[in-house]
Design a protein around this ligand. Structure first.
Ligand code: GDP
Length: 275
């Protein structure tokens, strides 16, 4: 029986459809459960896209939002964390760039087609891809629209459990990153900073970048002199640095329990070009 499952398992793996593969595992008899290998984040699938706060989904599941300057490596980080090459890339198609894109975790089922609707009441969590900021080419009014959308969303969205702030490790905490941080800090919710492209730094530079970022975050205190729940890590999609750390942090911030990971899992390589 176990052997009979192997070709299906191999074919699902080769198709690189984590949702389908996970569904297969979930539906399989207990002895197959030992093959569970993926992160919960690998179940992410496109849910919806919104351009106005009033269109935000009425879901109650916890959300974690990814913010960052354009070109900081946000899409790449989302893709590698969800192990899906095209997930956040899809948001780069014209017209979608200025939108907030939602990816759901949970709510999809065994044998379900990729295009079948997600079962909203079964969504466990949502990953929220916020529009990248700092685009030089964007017109003044569009920029204002984005800023208002971003500011209002991070400050007012109750379901938002935490913010992931994606910054290039070589130039973190730009003016707009700090703006984002200061918008969100008063909510008292956690911010996890991911310093991307760590492969561009040598060992000393990496140590310094991390230390300076920690100092920067520690410099924020509330009226009582208490620090904020800010954390930071190094990350490289190219060299696969910090992926487990980021995964575990996000799972924790969303209040999810991750599944066991298999060292033989098929991993995507989402970095096409090096900037
Ligand atoms: P976004 O605009 O923030 O979504 O940024 P992208 O994910 O599109 O990445 C911007 C550029 O940085 C692309 O050329 C990526 O290939 C590159 N990039 C992303 N992550 C890494 C990384 O870990 N290392 C290196 N060297 N380049 C990266």
């Amino acid at each position: 029986m176990q052997r009979a499952c192997e070709p299906i398992k191999a074919s699902l793996r080769n198709n690189r459809n984590p949702l389908l593969y996970n569904s297969f595992l979930a539906s399989s008899p207990p002895f197959v459960a030992i093959f569970q290998f993926m992160s919960k984040l690998w179940q992410a699938r496109f849910f919806t896209t919104v351009n106005q706060l009033r269109d935000l989904p009425t879901t109650t599941a916890p959300e974690i939002a990814f913010a960052g300057r354009s070109n900081a490596g946000k899409s790449t980080a989302i893709n590698i964390l969800t192990n899906q090459k095209g997930l956040a890339f899809a948001s780069k198609t014209p017209g979608r760039t200025q939108h907030i894109n939602y990816f759901s975790i949970g709510g999809a089922h065994v044998g379900q087609h990729r295009k079948d609707p997600t079962r909203i009441d079964e969504i466990e969590a949502l990953l929220v891809d916020l529009p990248g900021y700092g685009y030089a080419e964007v017109s003044g009014s569009a920029k204002l629209h984005w800023q208002k959308l971003l500011g209002d969303y991070v400050q007012r969205r109750e379901q938002l459990a935490a913010l992931v702030l994606i910054m290039d490790s070589r130039r973190p905490f730009t003016e707009l990153d700090i703006q984002m941080l200061e918008w969100f800090a008063p909510t008292g919710k956690p911010i996890h900073c991911i310093l991307t492209k760590a492969d561009k730094l040598n060992r000393n530079e990496s140590t310094n970048a991390l230390r300076q970022a920690r100092q920067m975050l520690d410099s924020y205190v509330d009226e009582d002199g208490e620090g904020f729940p800010f954390t930071v890590q190094l990350f490289s999609a190219l060299k696969r640095i910090g992926i487990d750390e980021a995964n575990d942090k996000i799972i924790d911030l969303l209040g999810l329990t991750d599944v066991e990971r298999d060292p033989n899992a098929v991993l995507i390589d989402p970095v096409d070009s090096d900037d």
